[in-house]
Design a protein around this ligand. Structure first.
Ligand SMILES: [Fe+2]
Length: 369
């Protein structure tokens, strides 16, 4: 729903006119004395108003519930429900009702009370008819303004809500696009290396399964999955000769490989909407005992998402074939990784890894049995 401002204001005008026509001319006169009811309503009718009368506070509230009025002229002192009691109840029924109280000359305190409980104005008896007309007109103008203001507020709220939805949709589309670009990079990189093919996808799926097993909320599970898909994007910046080297790495080469975490963060950092997924990518080579990289942090100082990715990454690396060795079986891998809990792995992440691998329902991921 996109409206130009002139359309918005035309809609406000139309709504205001509709409201004005609706109840503008209807007045409720409330007094227990019939002479006053008759005199005031006769005068107001000659001024073109449609008038109804009520002889008590209860009758007034009933009339307000039954139909709409723009103004209520109401006696303050009445037997039964007094005018002071009627005011807040009447405003509950119609928030915009203009209320004009009629008071005795010596009753200024009650008049002030009526005003503070929401009455618009008061007139002292005997009522000067010209004063009544002026007060009614002022009440009508105020009521109309209040209704217009609310109509504008509502239209603005609707407009803002519609634009927020559109913006959210654009943000989601942008996020999907940037993620798919990053994934294209990763796929291109993995395609060059037969041993890496599908690695990021499997780390993402195992990581998400562990996150779910640990009871993380849905949005966090998705952040872990996303981080799994993107965790090695920085390998784009690593020399191919080093990446594909089958023998042991020199210190210089290992330092170069470690740099893939920093390069990955540099690539992903502008994508602020990735949220905590970025931190998980940054932490995927940290070790529980603090001997990992890039920061060498330990234990719970490492994000849980990072610890989950470390477990998923280790599992996939060991169960994948390498140029220099055959893949390990899932059972042997879990046995080996158990020896790494408290060193490489967070024991909680390891336990959840064991559960999801034994359950064996993650597509493309080897399982036991
Ligand atoms: Fe990595």
């Amino acid at each position: 729903m996109k409206q130009t401002f002139s359309e918005t204001f035309r809609a406000i005008d139309a709504r205001a006119t509709e409201l004005a026509d609706d109840a503008l001319r209807r007045i409720l006169v409330v007094d227990d004395e019939s002479t006053i009811r008759i005199a005031l309503s006769r005068f107001l009718r000659t001024r073109g108003f449609e008038v109804e009368t009520a002889d008590s506070g209860d009758a007034a509230l009933q009339a307000l519930r039954a139909s709409r009025f723009s103004v209520m002229v109401c006696d303050l002192r009445m037997p039964g429900v007094s005018g002071l009691t009627v005011v807040p109840r009447a405003l509950e029924i119609d928030h915009d009702l203009g209320i004009i109280m009629l008071t005795a000359v010596n009753d200024a305190t009650s008049a002030t009370d009526a005003l503070s409980s929401g009455a618009f104005d008061y007139l002292t008896k005997p009522v000067e008819l010209m004063d009544l007309q002026a007060a009614v007109e002022r009440a009508l103008v105020r009521r109309l303004r209040a209704m217009e203001r609310r109509a504008v507020d509502r239209l603005i709220r609707e407009e803002v809500a519609a634009r927020t939805v559109a913006l959210e949709r654009e943000k989601t589309a942008l996020r999907d696009l940037t993620v798919s670009i990053a994934e294209t990079l990763i796929n291109a990189m993995e395609a060059k290396d037969v041993y890496l093919r599908g690695h990021s996808h499997r780390v993402a799926e195992v990581g998400a399964a562990i996150a779910l097993e640990l009871g993380l909320p849905g949005a966090e599970v998705e952040h872990v999955r996303l981080a799994g898909r993107l965790h090695d994007v920085g390998k784009i910046g690593i020399r191919e000769a080093v990446l594909n080297k089958s023998g042991p790495l020199t210190d210089e080469e290992f330092a170069h490989v470690k740099d893939h975490v920093r390069i990955g963060i540099d690539i992903l950092a502008p994508l602020q909407h990735l949220g905590s997924a970025l931190e998980y990518v940054q932490d995927h080579h940290e070790h529980w005992d603090g001997r990992g990289y890039p920061r060498g942090i330990a234990g719970e100082a490492i994000t849980l998402g990072g610890r989950i990715l470390t477990a998923a990454d280790a599992f996939d690396a060991l169960t994948s074939k390498r140029a220099y060795r055959d893949p390990m079986t899932p059972a042997a891998t879990l046995d080996y990784l158990r020896t790494q809990t408290g060193r490489l792995l967070d024991p909680r992440a390891y336990d959840a890894l064991g559960i999801v691998i034994r359950r064996g329902n993650i597509p493309d991921v080897p399982h036991i049995g």
